[in-house]
Design a protein around this ligand. Structure first.
Ligand code: NIG
Ligand code: FE
Length: 421
C-alpha cells in the first residue's frame, strides 16, 4: 500500500534509528528532530514500512524498494499521520466497574488503593468467557483510538488460579503481558500479622510458576498501601529469575523507594512517577547516561489519566525531560484510577496540563512507549518498522492536544492491514 497526500508525517526516525535528523542522502532537509516530514508519502509492504519520505520522492522510492507498482494507492488528502500509539500500561483483565467509587471521589472522598479489592471480588466471580469479552471490547476500543501496541496485566485475580487465568486471557490479545500478582494483598491474607509476607511467598512461588509461561513482564505495586520496597524487591527478583522483564508501579500516592529500586534492578520502566525526589529524577536520567540508541535505561512512564480521574497534581514531566530522563505516556486504563483507554487524551493532558510540547507528547505516546516495552519495531515509521499507521482527521498532530475529546482517528493500519477506516 502506498499512502499519498500526507500533510504531515511523524516518523520518530531520528530517535528510533539514531540517524541524523537531516539525512544528507535524501537531500531534503525536510525532516526535523522529531522526524516530521511535510507533504509526505509512506509505502507499506509485507506488514512493514518499506519507505517513508517527501511525496515528490515517492515514485523513485517505490521503484527502488518495491520495484513494481504498489497493489493499492490511498490518498489521505493532507491529513496528518502518526505512528500507532504504544500504550505500555493498562489493566484490562477485570469485571465490573467502580462508577460508584468515582462518584464518591468527585464528591470529595480521596482515591485509595483499597478499591482494587472491589474489582478483585467481581473478577473472581466472572466466567472466562465474560472476562474475555470484556477484555476484547476494551482492546477494540483502544484500537479504534489508534492504539496498535498494548501492554496489559493481571492483578485483579490475586489467587494462583485467578492470576493464571488473567495472564492466559491477556496473552490471547497481546504479546505484552505483565504478571502483577503483587497488586495489593488480597482480603484472605490482609489484616493478620505476617499476612502480606505470606502472600508474597505465594506470589514468588506457585503463582509465578503458573503465570510466567504466559507473561513477558513482572510488575509490583510498590506503595505504602500495597507492598514495601523489600517485598517488591523479592517479587521482582523472583520474576527476573523466571525470565521475565521488570516493570514497577511506584511513587503514585506518595514519595518512596520504588523508583530507585526500579532503576537499581534495571527495570524497563517505572510507572506513575508522580511524587519524585531530586535523587529519583537523577537516577532515572542517569539510567540512560552514556547511552547510544541501543541503551536500555529505565523509562519514566507518566499516566495522566490517573491524576485526571483522581484529582491529584500531575507528574512533573518538564523536570524529568530537562534532567535527561526518557518519558513515556500511557493510559493505565483500569476501572479504579483511570477508566480511559484514550492515548489522544493522554497527549492532550500532557500538553495542556504537564508542560510537554506536542512533539514531546506524541513521541512519548509512541516511541516512548516502545522504549518502555524495549521494542524497536513499533513506535516509529522508519523503514523496517511494523506498519502501524494512524491517519488523523486533522492537518497536524497538534490537533490531538488542541481538540481534546474529538474522535480524530480517521484510519488505522495494524501490521499493514487496514483495521479502522
Ligand atoms: O495503576 N496503582 C495501582 N494500580 C492501578 C489502580 C488499580 C485500581 O484502582 O483498580 C493503577 O493506578
Ligand atoms: Fe497501573
Amino acid at each position: 500500500t502506498l499512502i499519498l497526500g500526507i500533510g504531515e508525517l511523524t516518523t520518530n526516525a531520528p530517535e528510533a534509528l539514531g540517524v541524523d535528523p537531516v539525512d544528507p542522502s535524501t537531500g531534503s532537509g525536510e525532516s526535523d528532530p522529531t522526524g516530521l516530514i511535510r507533504d509526505a508519502a509512506l509505502l507499506l509492504d509485507g506488514g512493514r514500512v518499506v519507505w517513508a519520505g517527501p511525496e515528490r520522492a515517492a515514485a523513485a522510492g517505490v521503484e527502488e524498494t518495491l520495484g513494481r507498482a504498489p497493489d493499492r494507492v490511498v490518498g489521505v488528502e493532507g491529513r496528518a499521520v502518526v505512528p500507532g500509539f504504544v500504550d505500555s500500561h493498562s489493566h484490562l483483565v477485570f469485571a465490573g466497574d467502580r462508577s460508584a467509587e468515582f462518584e464518591a471521589r468527585m464528591a470529595g472522598r480521596p482515591y485509595a488503593a483499597g478499591g482494587i479489592r472491589t474489582t478483585v471480588a467481581a473478577t473472581r466471580a466472572t466466567s472466562d468467557d465474560e472476562l474475555r469479552a470484556n477484555l476484547r471490547r476494551h482492546v477494540d476500543q483502544a484500537l479504534a483510538q489508534g492504539t496498535t501496541t498494548l501492554e496489559t496485566k493481571s492483578g485483579y485475580g490475586l489467587s494462583v488460579a485467578d492470576e493464571e487465568r488473567s495472564v492466559r486471557l491477556a496473552a490471547e490479545v497481546t504479546d505484552e503481558v505483565t504478571f502483577l500478582g503483587a497488586h495489593v494483598v488480597p482480603p484472605e491474607f490482609a489484616g493478620r500479622a505476617g499476612g502480606a509476607d505470606d502472600y508474597v511467598d505465594l506470589v514468588v512461588g506457585d503463582m509465578l510458576a503458573a503465570c510466567a509461561p504466559h507473561a513477558r513482564w513482572v510488575d509490583v505495586f510498590c506503595e505504602t498501601d500495597a507492598f514495601t520496597p523489600e517485598q517488591s524487591r523479592r517479587v521482582l527478583a523472583a520474576g527476573a529469575a523466571a525470565g521475565l522483564g521488570v516493570r514497577v508501579h511506584a511513587n503514585q500516592l506518595g514519595p518512596g523507594e520504588g523508583v530507585r529500586l526500579a532503576v537499581d534492578l534495571g527495570a524497563a520502566a517505572v510507572d506513575h512517577c508522580t511524587h519524585l525526589s531530586d535523587d529519583d529524577v537523577a537516577a532515572l536520567a542517569g539510567s540512560w547516561a552514556g547511552s547510544d540508541g541501543d541503551a536500555q535505561g529505565t523509562v519514566a512512564t507518566l499516566l495522566p489519566g490517573v491524576e485526571f480521574s483522581t484529582r491529584q497534581p500531575y507528574p512533573d514531566a518538564r523536570r524529568l525531560l530537562d534532567a535527561g530522563a526518557v518519558v513515556a505516556l500511557a493510559s493505565d486504563c483500569n476501572p479504579g484510577s483511570s477508566y480511559t483507554s484514550s492515548m489522544p487524551l493522554m497527549v492532550a493532558l500532557a500538553v495542556r496540563e504537564m508542560g510537554m510540547t506536542v512533539a514531546e507528547a506524541v513521541w512519548a505516546a509512541t516511541a516512548g512507549g516502545a522504549r518502555a516495552l524495549r521494542r524497536d519495531d513499533v513506535g516509529h515509521l522508519a523503514p523496517g518498522a511494523r506498519a502501524d499507521v494512524v491517519v488523523l482527521d486533522a492537518p497536524s498532530r497538534t490537533h490531538l492536544a488542541y481538540r481534546p475529546g474529538v474522535p480524530l482517528v480517521h484510519a488505522v493500519w495494524h501490521g499493514g492491514r487496514e483495521v479502522v477506516h
